[in-house]
Design a protein around this ligand. Structure first.
Ligand code: F6R
Length: 288
């Protein structure tokens, strides 16, 4: 396993999310001393509490209000392509609406998301690839927040079999994903789930300086173990995080339940001390 992967286990998802938000907040505070920071965002259930806490921290501090607009770039991982969407009429399941109601409430930030209503998804994917390149070049620090698919270990819309080198691309959702999305977001009605999406590739994700993967609850316990303690394989997209450069940092933030299989099979020694991890990410910022 790459030295850079740090495992952190917290009593519950509230404490874990509080830690993740504090880490992001501290990183931003350091980054603005020099330049901009990209915060790559994920949608889904997992990061909701982290966003809430980050917004609470931001409202209490002048750092975001004074520097957010100039120094923080929010960049969404992926988006559906919805056939009926238009620029001013997004469907209620829209990722954009979800983000506007959560992390985009951070004051004054620039925000990017692939256009859900793009007439030509391939062209939109190319434009988004350019945005990723440009924002990476502009930023001193790229922090990417990730969730993970319960059974197959997908990250963003990168599914089993996708190359670890992939960049932004258009995805045709497979049957399993359509079923899972229907159950999660569309009251079980598969006909309502969009068939296509634009996703950041695994190669793009691996370019980030700091990756924070959050996973909470029993349903993620098995895939977390497989992703980080078996040989990296394209059959488990999240296992790509094992092979990120040694000078990058991957934080895997878990609660007791999602950490249970790792604890059982690998023992408690694999978990890092949360305060030491703060120190190592500070080292990363100052010494890279
Ligand atoms: C989010 C995303 C997905 C989710 C994953 C887990 O933008 O692309 O990869 O992170 O499906 O979803 P939750 O957090 O709802 O379990």
């Amino acid at each position: 396993m790459a030295n850079s992967v740090k495992f952190l286990k917290f009593t519950n998802k509230e404490v874990a999310s509080f830690y993740a938000a504090s880490a992001i907040y501290r990183l931003f505070a350091y980054a603005i001393g020099e330049e901009k920071m990209v915060l790559g965002t994920a949608t889904g259930q997992t990061p909701v509490l982290t966003y809430r806490e980050l917004i609470r921290l931001a409202r209490k501090s002048e750092i975001f209000t004074n520097y957010g607009e100039k120094y923080l770039i929010l960049r969404q991982l992926d988006n559906y392509i919805s056939p009926d969407a238009t620029a001013d009429n997004l469907p209620n399941y829209s990722y954009q609406i979800e983000l506007e109601n959560s992390i985009w409430k951070l004051p004054n930030c620039g925000a990017y998301i692939p256009k859900e209503y793009a007439e030509d998804p391939e062209e939109e994917a190319d434009k988004y690839a350019q945005i990723i390149q440009d924002t990476n070049a502009e930023a001193k620090l790229v922090v990417q927040l990730l969730g993970i698919g319960d059974e197959d270990g997908h990250i963003a819309f990168n599914m089993p079999g996708d190359s670890f080198e992939s960049t932004v691309h258009v995805v045709e959702l497979n049957e399993e994903t359509i079923r899972a999305n229907a159950n999660k977001f569309f009251g079980g009605d598969e006909s309502k789930v969009p068939r296509k999406a634009i996703t950041t590739g695994i190669g793009d994700i691996l370019e980030s300086d700091i990756i924070i993967l959050e996973a909470f609850g029993k349903a993620k316990a098995d895939i977390i173990w497989k992703s980080f303690f078996t040989e990296p394989s394209t059959e488990i997209p999240a296992s790509a995080l094992q092979i990120s450069d040694e000078n990058k940092v991957v934080l895997v933030i878990l609660d007791e339940e999602s950490a249970s299989v790792v604890s059982e099979k690998e023992g408690e020694e694999v978990f890092d001390n949360p305060l030491d991890v703060f120190e190592s990410i500070e080292y990363h910022i100052f010494c890279n």
